[in-house]
Design a protein around this ligand. Structure first.
Ligand code: 13P
Length: 340
């Protein structure tokens, strides 16, 4: 088995998932604003150090997606954060896209930038310890959109990114995110996700990306946040699996969901329902950002005296998502660990 296959499989090992801690400096600012914390390099380092030094981290977190600044940072005692992760038994990864920017000729749709110079950056990141990478493309649902050009441009860039990663011995996480911010129904999300994934796998095939050496990071098939009819976890699970069975080849070693704005308990409950309805052709796991971190940030509040409280909240949510990987999450467990 190639080293990339081993990494891909390790990232979706039973009971484990990925922590997306790759917020750009602009995005982490929004998270810090919620606790009225200044967005300084030191605070960003302190926060990531809090997460990565949580006791038992590697038991639930197989890998961490880092931001460029973080992969270069050292903990307070001088240990590189990458070394802390490796010691905890977690694989360092890196976000390599340069964000979503306006699609030319469109006022609402986005394309992801970052292909220029990517080959060189991947080489540098590999030398720094990164063994997997992430590239996020966003697809917006609205009146008359998504457009064909939006899906095609984003699918092509995802495939080129993935091919460059594999050339550099780095496992690509391919993330086409159909946003859940609008008022669309679950059925509309299904159509757009099916279309998007079909295009993405066609482009991956055209560029000879090895499916065994990548992971897919998709949205769940779910109603938009502003839709009046919200779905039960069982409905989300049924639609998500039906959509993926049509579009995601069984050769893909794992599917790791983004949380996309779902609350922490909802993201856990939906993942649980997906796994409880198995067996499925692929391991289905998490690569959550907000849904893994929201409670930890609120408990920490940026106060050095509350580091242990932040870590306790992070550990509880990671453990609950680990249970959801086996379809063994329950409201009783939620109550026991989070106390709601
Ligand atoms: P969320 O889980 O907050 O959607 O973030 C995951 C991610 O990595 C988005 O690119």
């Amino acid at each position: 088995m190639s080293s990339m296959e081993q990494v891909a499989q390790a990232l979706v090992a039973p009971g484990k998932g990925i922590l997306a801690a790759d917020e750009s400096t602009g995005t982490i600012e929004k998270r810090f604003q919620a606790i009225q914390l200044a967005n300084t390099e030191e605070h960003r380092r302190d926060y990531r150090e809090l997460l990565f030094t949580t006791g038992g981290f590697g038991e639930f977190i197989s890998g961490v997606i880092l931001y460029d600044e973080t992969i270069r940072q050292k903990a307070k005692d001088g240990t590189p954060l990458v070394k802390i992760l490796e010691k905890a038994g977690s694989i360092p990864g890196i976000k390599v896209d340069m964000g979503a920017h306006a699609l030319p000729g469109s006022s609402q749709e986005k394309m992801t930038e970052g292909l220029d110079g990517l080959r060189g950056r991947l080489k540098e990141y590999y030398a720094m310890g990164a063994r997997f990478a992430k590239w996020r493309a966003v697809i917006t649902i609205g009146s008359g959109i998504p457009s064909c050009k939006c899906i095609e441009v984003n699918a092509r860039s995802l495939a080129l990114y993935a091919a460059l990663c594999q050339e550099a011995n780095i496992v690509p996480i391919v993330e086409p995110e159909v946003l859940m911010d609008a008022d669309n129904t679950l059925e509309r999300c299904f159509e757009v996700t099916e279309w998007t994934l079909t295009e993405v796998f066609a482009e991956l095939s055209r560029l000879d990306v090895k499916l065994e050496q990548m992971l897919l990071k998709p949205n769940m098939v779910i109603a938009g946040k502003l839709c009046k009819k919200q779905n039960t976890p069982a409905e989300v699970a049924k639609a998500t699996i039906e959509c993926f069975r049509r579009t995601v080849p069984a050769a893909v070693p794992g599917i790791v969901f983004l949380s996309g704005g779902q609350s922490s308990p909802v993201a856990t409950a939906n993942l649980n329902a997906i796994n409880a309805s198995g067996p499925h052709p692929w391991p289905l796991s998490f690569s959550y950002g907000r849904a893994l971190q929201d409670e930890a940030i609120k408990a920490w509040k940026g106060d050095p005296k509350l580091v242990a409280a932040g870590q306790k909240a992070f550990h509880a949510r990671a453990k609950l998502n680990s249970a959801a990987r086996y379809g063994k999450y329950s409201t009783a467990l939620e109550k026991e660990l989070v106390g709601l």
